[in-house]
Design a protein around this ligand. Sequence first.
Ligand code: 5CA
Ligand code: ZN
Length: 411
Amino acid sequence: METWTQPPVPAVPGEGRQLSLYDTASQSIRPTTPDSVARLYVCGITPYDATHLGHAATYVAFDLVQRMWLDAGHEVHYVQNVTDVDDPLLERAVATGQDWEELARAETALFRDDMTALGVLPPREYVGAVESIPLVVDRIDELLTSGAAYRVDDDIYFSVAQDTDFGIVSSYPRETMLALFAERGGDPEREGKRDALDPLLWQAERPGEPAWDTHFGHGRPGWHIECTAIALHYLGRAFDVQGGGSDLIFPHHEMGTSQAHLISGEQPFAHHFVHAGMVGLNGQKMSKSKGNLVFVSRLRDDGHNPMAIRLSLLAHHYRTDWEWTDDDLTRGEDRYLRWRFAATADRAPSAGPVIEAVRHALAQDLDSPAALAAVDAWADEAAAGEGDDPQSPRQVAELVLALLGVSLLDA
Ligand code: 5CA
Ligand code: ZN
């Protein structure tokens, strides 16, 4: 499907840094080691509702990954999916009397607008689940042939027991896996499965639901195989970073890794599994199913500057769980005005140290709060009339645009 518009990314003077990221599988911060082309897959939205601040925080975090790699001289091959057919989407369409395809189309369009407004760099390929059904069918065929998939009635399941490495992403104990599987779309109680944790690869048509014709029957793909098939097709195996929110560690990224292992016979699926913390509101994870949402589009409609929204997200380290409050937005707006004031000054303290500090902070597992603090210090000095470098305001504005994705000057 159509991706969104690429905004300008200025070159920053000096040398980019090697990016280190926390890898969930090894439970450690390790350097990323991309080739000339860095490969990134980030799980996309299920488009049945508007982009909320939790989604936005996650996509802004992975946007920093792309920006750090670009700064270090890599080309970036970024792929993101859209789960444009799945239970929650179909259920919402029934509940609101909408056509499910129209709902998905409209919410995906709104997501693109939100990402554009927030200055998030687009993926090179933005890929829907529906358009990927032929890829999924081929992968299921391979799994059936190798004995890693089996039928229960007309459904097809993936057999986790076939993978001796199952569990390497989350390292969760089995009870935790069972609880999360039930909570996040799995069917541990289904009779006839070999293991309660086996996920659906292909679901036979249910009355009133969309279905596609394949040689193994009329139906639709399961969730995890969608991302496995898309990532393997567009990026190949052993790509650099598989990303998403921490709610995707299990079952989604665990299952995807296991499926890719049995499809290719090789490890790793990705070198790093990187997960953003959950943004909450009123004591609970912000989620479409709980309805406790603050939408990016609503804030934009209310006249809030998207760059200030972006700054309020960047004020939190991507790996921590945090709660959105109105104060977050107030602080983001205040910071935006202070930075903009300094970026439009005639003179300011030299840009060199702040460029170094921002690169250094982001290279260490994307420490955006430290990066913001470095720009704050420079902006405060500029506002106090310190410094006499006439180039510095423009250079810092370019730094902030290139590495933090915050545009301070009108285009
Ligand atoms: N379509 C699947 C991934 S293949 C999905 O999880 N869609 S989603 O719309 O539910 O979430 C989209 C992305 O936002 C995922 O990476 C998810 O982990 C992340 N996300 C969802 N809720 C939050 C939240 N409250 N805070 C931070 N990130 C979130
Ligand atoms: Zn996914």
